[in-house]
Design a protein around this ligand. Structure first.
Ligand SMILES: Nc1ncnc2c1ncn2[C@@H]1O[C@H](COP(=O)(O)OP(=O)(O)OP(=O)(O)O)[C@@H](O)[C@H]1O
Ligand SMILES: [Mg+2]
Length: 413
């Protein structure tokens, strides 16, 4: 069985090396690798933790000959700081002394450089199997969970809820196309992405994606209340679109609402399986929406630049605060969904709401054309004004998404 199949998702790594050509090679080599993917590369030690956290990475590969610092020391420090992440050293001529020094510092092992994706996958798998054999001998109550070891919990992977307190302001448009863009294979920073449609009853997400809206959240009902669902089972309760995006849709019938424990289960599971989870929320704060707002790491609040919308949103934000939703994770996107509706600038919206505004999405006639043809905007009008502004706006929370294919994305220092 392939490693990704066994774990339920691909593993992600971040590379630390000052050899730009080798980072380029790694990027190219792992593009088609199903088991292991490159989340990012850098030459600066202090970028590594951010790249790991932002991408929910499982592995860090550190070059032994890193200029200006001993790679072994840097690898040891990273292993200490991020105990859930597997840190390996890459060395052209690994010696026994180097291996012993690295192991002493908590580094998982030394890999001979250069290597192929197959060799690295084999190595990681062997190490994981060896660890599993060792933990099998332990008292089950004390043994660590057998898994990828890293983020198969609800910790690192990023989750974004797209919401508003007003209907028809473009939440579904933003959520669906953000998810498609992030999952799209053409970007070097492709992520494993799941989209959760939480708009029960009359949701537009299936139309925006051009697919049938199944399976739905109610197909997960038998697992309601469980912390996580086995990834192999969860995988069968998701639709996988041709662009790579995985989805679960909102039920069409209004008589059976999605409960809060059910949404908790779905989000807890998906956050362990995917690098990015995007939730499209209904305009009403239902139980399911409240679960998403509490569980997600970033809340994208879509507003129309009108007085009516800003008033509603201001009142809604106060209510959310009272419900215990963290205000620090709120970011505003101003969407001019109708021509001529833009009475307020982004700065005025920031002042009115007292929240950080990520950007302003212009009215784009391509949107209607794509929606009418049931084609995702992110695939059909990727460089149009709406998508360009959206990707630019979210660059601070999903770095690299707006980058043009073929360009390198790591920050050279
Ligand atoms: N920037 C834009 N340019 C052109 N059309 C837009 C833009 N933003 C939104 N629209 C139009 O508005 C419609 C409604 O958007 P959408 O369904 O995403 O809103 P919503 O906030 O999810 O609505 P609901 O509250 O019903 O869930 C879209 O299908 C699209 O036709
Ligand atoms: Mg919607």
């Amino acid at each position: 069985m392939a490693l990704a199949e066994e774990i339920g998702r691909a593993l992600w790594f971040v590379a630390l090396d000052d050899d730009a050509a080798w980072l380029d090679d790694l990027n190219d080599m792992f593009v088609g690798c199903a088991d292991l993917r490159m989340a990012g590369g850098t030459s600066r030690v202090h970028d590594v933790r951010r790249l790991v956290a932002e991408n929910g990475a499982d592995l860090v590969l550190v070059d032994h000959g890193l200029a200006g610092a001993s790679g072994t020391v840097a690898a040891g420090a990273l292993a200490r700081q991020m105990p859930a992440v597997r840190v390996y050293l890459m060395a052209e001529s690994p010696t026994r002394e180097l291996w012993e020094d690295a192991r002493r510092r908590g580094v998982r092992g030394v890999i001979r450089k250069p290597f192929t994706p197959e060799a690295l996958v084999r190595r990681v798998r062997e190490d994981m199997d060896a660890e599993a054999r060792q933990t099998e001998a332990l008292d089950p109550a004390t043994a660590p969970p057998r898994a990828a070891g890293a983020h198969v919990g609800a910790d690192a992977p990023r989750a974004i809820a797209v919401f508003s307190f007003k209907g028809g302001v473009g939440k579904s448009l933003v959520a669906a196309n953000l998810a498609v863009a992030a999952a799209s294979a053409v970007r070097p920073q492709r992520r494993q992405v799941a989209l959760v449609d939480a708009e029960e009853g009359v949701g537009t997400t299936p139309t925006l994606l051009g697919v049938a809206g199944r399976p739905t959240l109610l197909d997960w009902s038998e697992y309601e209340g469980e912390r996580v669902v086995d990834p192999a089972i969860a995988g069968r309760k998701l639709a996988q679109l041709r662009c790579g995006l995985h989805c679960v849709f909102a039920p069409g019938e209004m008589d059976r609402a999605v409960s809060r424990p059910l949404m908790d289960t779905v989000l807890g599971t998906l956050r362990g399986m995917f690098g990015l989870v995007v939730v499209d929320c209904a305009p009403q704060v239902t139980e399911a929406v409240l679960s998403a707002l509490q569980q997600c790491t970033t809340l994208l609040l879509v507003v129309e630049p009108t007085l009516d919308c800003l008033d509603k949103v201001r009142r809604g934000v106060v209510a959310l605060q009272a419900a215990g939703v963290g205000m620090a994770k709120l970011r505003v996107l101003v969407n001019q969904g109708r021509p001529g509706s833009g009475e307020y600038t982004a700065a005025e919206v920031r002042e009115a709401l007292g929240l950080q505004v990520l950007g302003r999405l212009p009215f784009d006639p391509e949107v209607r054309r794509c929606v009418n043809r049931r084609q995702p905007l992110a695939l059909c009008a990727e460089r149009g004004p709406f998508m360009a502004a959206l990707l630019r706006a979210v660059d601070g929370i999903l770095p690299g998404l707006g980058q043009i294919p073929g360009r390198r994305w790591w920050p050279w220092g």
